[in-house]
Design a protein around this ligand. Structure first.
Ligand SMILES: NC(=O)c1ccc[n+]([C@@H]2O[C@H](COP(=O)([O-])OP(=O)(O)OC[C@H]3O[C@@H](n4cnc5c(N)ncnc54)[C@H](OP(=O)(O)O)[C@@H]3O)[C@@H](O)[C@H]2O)c1
Length: 274
């Protein structure tokens, strides 16, 4: 027992959850469709959340689960939550802060409800935008111009390592049952400012070019393939022009140190933009 199962173990957040738990000497098992990509020295099992039966062997002797839900719909999350509740005692779910979704109409709300109704102890992590989303601009940064909609949209992007650090803190200390934590970076930057900071970290001038939303819609649809998600992303970005995503102090309160800044994130990831 005391084993912690980490899903999404090769992703932006999960790989840091795995490495931080392993560095703390905790008993961690990584769950992934491609376990060969899990860091060396960590127990890794092959499984697919779209095939809930693959979760059952992975849950043997597991007490706590770090759960992320890939994709844009609730899908078979009910079976996954029920499999987890059948064997583990608690779950830390990587949910999201979705502006305007106070009633939980998104798939994040659906999954939170499934977990609340289960017998599991739970903590929900609700980050706003990930700093890692800006990696989607890498090709354009290399060309020196980022053409994207809503340059004045302002967000408090969070470093994925901070989300992981909060997850590890919650998984390894008491007092977080039934808590939902809104997580952001330490301050707000417009998208045009984010591009400037990336340029400074990379050591080249990168210009922002405003893209009409309709053109963005077509491009994003081709890339993401999910009309509802594209519409909701564009509406959300537009809303951040007039109502910026505000920084919370939750990371600092929980970890006892300031949240990592977007500049720190960009400097660490400069090689990804070169
Ligand atoms: N980006 C944002 O701004 C934002 C904001 C709030 C919340 N979120 C939420 O954060 C989560 C994404 O976190 P992330 O960026 O760390 O992930 P990520 O980098 O996109 O990686 C996804 C991870 O999930 C695994 N995975 C994908 N499909 C799977 C499946 N069917 N079964 C098992 N594992 C699967 C992948 O590994 P394999 O491919 O090897 O299996 C990988 O480890 C999503 O739930 C998203 O909704 C994102």
């Amino acid at each position: 027992m005391n084993k912690i199962l980490v899903t999404g173990a090769t992703g932006n957040v999960g790989r840091h959850v795995v490495s931080q738990l392993a560095a703390a000497g905790l008993d961690v098992r990584a769950f992934a469709r491609r376990p060969e990509r899990v860091q060396a020295g960590v127990e890794a099992v092959r499984g697919d959340l779209d095939v809930p039966e693959t979760l059952e062997p992975a849950l043997k002797d597991v007490e706590s689960v770090f759960l992320l839900w890939p994709g844009f719909s609730t899908g078979n999350a009910a079976e996954v939550v029920s499999a987890i509740a059948g064997q583990a005692r608690r779950v830390v779910y990587l949910s999201a802060y979705v502006p305007g979704d106070e009633h939980g109409a998104s798939h994040y709300g659906d999954i939170e409800r499934l977990i609340r109704r289960s017998r599991l102890g739970w903590t929900f992590l609700r980050p706003g935008g990930f700093a890692a989303n800006t990696l989607g601009w890498a090709d354009q940064v290399r060309q020196g111009v980022v053409r994207w909609p809503y340059g004045e949209a302002s967000r408090a992007l969070i470093h994925e390592r901070d989300i992981a650090a909060v997850a590890v803190h919650v998984l390894t200390s008491a007092g977080h049952n039934g808590a939902a934590y809104s997580l952001t970076g330490p301050g707000e930057l417009t998208q045009a400012e984010q591009v400037r900071v990336i340029g400074e970290a990379v050591g080249r001038e990168v210009r922002w070019e405003e893209q009409p939303p309709e053109e963005a819609r077509e491009r994003l649809l081709a890339a993401w393939g999910d009309e509802t998600f594209v519409r909701s992303a564009l509406t959300t970005w537009e809303s951040f022009v007039t109502t910026p995503e505000r920084a919370t102090d939750t990371v600092e309160r929980l970890l006892g140190r300031p949240a990592l800044s977007f500049r720190q994130w960009a400097e660490e990831h400069a090689a990804d933009f070169r």
